[in-house]
Design a protein around this ligand. Sequence first.
Ligand SMILES: [Fe+2]
Length: 301
Amino acid sequence: MKTQIAPVSEKFGTLLLGTKCSSIFSLDRDEVIDLFKSSNLLLFRSFNVNTDKFKAFTELFSTNFMAYIGGAYNREMIKGDKTLLSVTGHRLSFAVPPHGEMYYKKNKPQLIWFYCATPPLKDGETTVGDGAEIYEELSSSTKKLFSTKRLKYIRNYPKAIWKEIYQTDDLRVVKKICDEEDISLRVDQETYAIATEYLCSAVVQSRRESHPIFINNILPVVEQELQGKEASLVRFEDNSKIPDAVIDELKEVTDRLMKPIQWQTGDILMIDNTRLLHGRRSFSDNQRDIYVRLCNAAFPF
Ligand SMILES: [Fe+2]
């Protein structure tokens, strides 16, 4: 590959640096895939792309683009495309703790693509970290806790909210989606409010090597609860809370291991959502405009 490449961090990620006259479409697809598989994250920088080129490029490597149905937040569509979305809290500036994308349901996207339309003036980095490395750094008691107890993601939504989340006002459609995602659904027959539960492990096995990966949505959900929002909760299967000391440990380990990506206009970030966690640092301006696409790999993965 003629393009200049460099590691993003010691353990994972590759930066591919273009020039003003190099087209991102001249990159060798097989080489890009090999680099992605070996480093789990690619950052394409200085390739002179726009939103349409971002979309076309992602389509060379991806399939089954998802519309974020059943997601945790409202996202805005970009250019009327349900599979090209603003990131969480478009033009809002709160920090998002490290998480795997949509680990509160069975069918998670394998890949996440981000595109930086406009970087923040300051701060607002996206953070990325290796779930295998995070698992290794956990204490043996915490490893044991998460290997013996499954998580339960609990949601309670009035009709006005689930209509947005599931992008329908038909409860039969909601039921079908929940069935496909192994989510249990209860409906209040008077108010049509719904309660859902999804059980899973906080730790998954890596798809290529056999080692454990700590990847889940514990930290963002706990953060929301701490802020007094109780529509979405995470507990163990027996309804017990995850102990505060364990949450503190997860924060300490992820704070230490997550690496910041400082956005530049036109950056494209490709992340293995089966392996890497991502998050966001807070920021204080109204410039930051990052788009996201969630999908599966269109190559052996
Ligand atoms: Fe996310």
